[in-house]
Design a protein around this ligand. Structure first.
Ligand SMILES: C[S@@+](CC[C@H](N)C(=O)[O-])C[C@H]1O[C@@H](n2cnc3c(N)ncnc32)[C@H](O)[C@@H]1O
Ligand code: SF4
Length: 439
């Protein structure tokens, strides 16, 4: 029995309090990212599967109104967050008037706490970006451009159904140089039907000459419900490239860019030292941070829940008018999914730390993912160097296959895109169906 009755008045628990620091400050603002989706484009590219609308004829006024309402709706819910980066994507933000963009930016600053040094990116393309628009982005506080070039080769731009030409690209590049943008990125695509290794080499050589600090390099996917897919079915495209040629193209790109000083730091991403995207760091690098998305089809990860807005623009605007937000689907993320997320998204950026995992989840990754880790190591897809799990060269090529080994059973074989709002018109479907029937 007890020697003596304990008379302490137990008022709180636990008792092991310590002086306030970064790790135990309950009012510490959490670092997060924001994303704004502007779903309009001057012209629609044949390969595009995004939730977008042609600018001409679009009701941009009502969309802007809803974006502003949605941002204001979250104001009180986000007081504990400090935004260290932001991204305006789409669609093409440079397609709309610069005043549209400026108004959204002012409203964001009025409603969210955005760090003064935050990296804020805007996507632009050669069809719609002008000198005046880029100047206005500098005044609005954007400090990074993401430029959709795709290719420097006119015949290939035509095959993929991209409306700009090399001369448009060169004009935009001279504006970027004249305005002295320091931090900017280029989107480039390869694997275009009919493209040769020599063509890819030409595009990458030109890229290295202009030396953007960051490059995102995507392999063209021919997506159902796009004009490109209809053209392919109608026999109007050169043959698709073999997997072997695509592998050689990927290797050539990586080899050329690495020799020029770029680091291949993510599935599609190459950067000169210090120019890795902050948005990628928050959204993908393990342990991942939180982000909030505004606009149709935007995704958010906040307070251990993931949710997405309506993809269809009208459905999004109706939801914002009636509820203040555009949410259509959401999920509270389970502890098991959080562990899985650490690897699934983290390995897209090629490496994750074992000890960070143990710090956060209190358990060795081998406990939950032992089978996957053993299988990936035996197939030379993953390597453990000290504390770090790294993708091998082969693992980098099969990056998505590797990431999916960490999916929980509930998520296996589920589509990433539960909603899809195709942009092809009935007229286009009829035109290409008729051409296909003449084959
Ligand atoms: C939201 S878009 C970027 C910005 C802008 N709308 C543009 O196209 O210039 C992001 C990038 O995804 C890539 N992309 C779009 N559709 C693709 C497809 N079908 N296959 C592979 N990459 C694609 C392109 O490189 C594009 O620049
Ligand atoms: S690829 Fe970019 S510019 Fe082309 S239609 Fe899609 S979002 Fe618009």
């Amino acid at each position: 029995m007890y020697e003596k009755r304990d008379n302490e008045f137990i008022a709180w628990y636990p008792n092991s309090l310590a002086a306030i620091s970064d790790s135990n400050d309950p009012w510490k603002q959490k670092e997060a990212a924001f994303y704004v989706h502007i779903p309009f484009c001057s012209a629609i590219c044949d390969y595009c599967g995004f939730s977008i609308e042609k600018l001409k004829g679009a009701n941009t006024g009502s969309y802007l109104d809803c974006l502003l309402r949605e941002i204001a709706y979250y104001r009180d819910k986000l007081t504990n967050y400090q935004f260290i980066c932001g991204h305006f994507g789409g669609g093409t933000p440079s397609a709309v008037d610069s005043e549209f963009v400026a108004e959204v930016m002012r409203h964001l600053r009025a409603n969210l706490l955005i760090e003064s040094a935050a990296e804020v990116t805007i996507e632009v393309n050669p069809i719609s970006a002008t000198e005046a628009k880029l100047e206005s982005y500098l005044r609005d506080g954007f400090n990074r451009l993401s430029v959709g070039i795709q290719s420097f080769n006119d015949p290939q731009l035509k095959v993929m159904g991209r409306p700009h030409r090399q001369s448009d690209v060169e004009s935009l590049l001279s504006i970027i140089a004249k305005q002295k943008w320091i931090n900017w990125s280029v989107d480039i695509m390869f694997g275009i039907p009919g493209q040769t290794l020599k063509d890819v080499e030409g595009d990458i050589r030109r890229l290295i000459e202009i030396a953007p600090p960051h490059i995102s390099c995507f392999r063209l996917e021919v997506i159902p419900f796009t004009v490109l897919k209809l053209r392919e079915f109608a026999g109007l495209l050169p043959q698709r490239l073999s997997e072997q040629t695509l592998l050689e193209m990927q290797e050539l790109i990586t080899c050329m860019l690495e020799s020029a000083g770029y680091r291949h730091y993510g599935a599609f991403n190459y950067a000169l030292p210090g120019f890795e995207s902050v948005h990628n760091k928050i959204a993908f690098t393990a342990p991942q941070g939180e982000y909030i998305g505004f606009g149709n089809s935007a995704y958010s990860y906040i307070n251990d829940a993931i949710y997405c807005n309506h993809a269809d623009i009208d459905a999004y605007t109706s939801a914002v008018v009636s509820a203040g937000n555009g949410i259509v689907l959401s999920k509270a993320v389970s502890s098991r999914e959080k562990m899985s997320r650490y690897f699934v998204l983290g390995l897209k950026f090629f490496e994750v730390s074992r000890s960070r995992f143990i710090d956060i989840f209190g358990i060795d990754p081998a406990y939950h993912f032992g089978d996957a880790l053993t299988k990936l190591a035996s197939e030379d897809l993953i390597d453990i160097q000290g504390d770090i799990y790294t993708l091998t060269k082969k693992g980098k090529y099969y990056v998505n296959n590797v990431c999916k080994e960490f999916y929980t059973d509930e998520n296996k074989n589920r589509s990433q895109f539960p909603q899809f709002a195709p942009t092809i018109t009935r007229k286009q479907v009829e035109k290409y169906a008729s051409l296909a029937s003449q084959k």
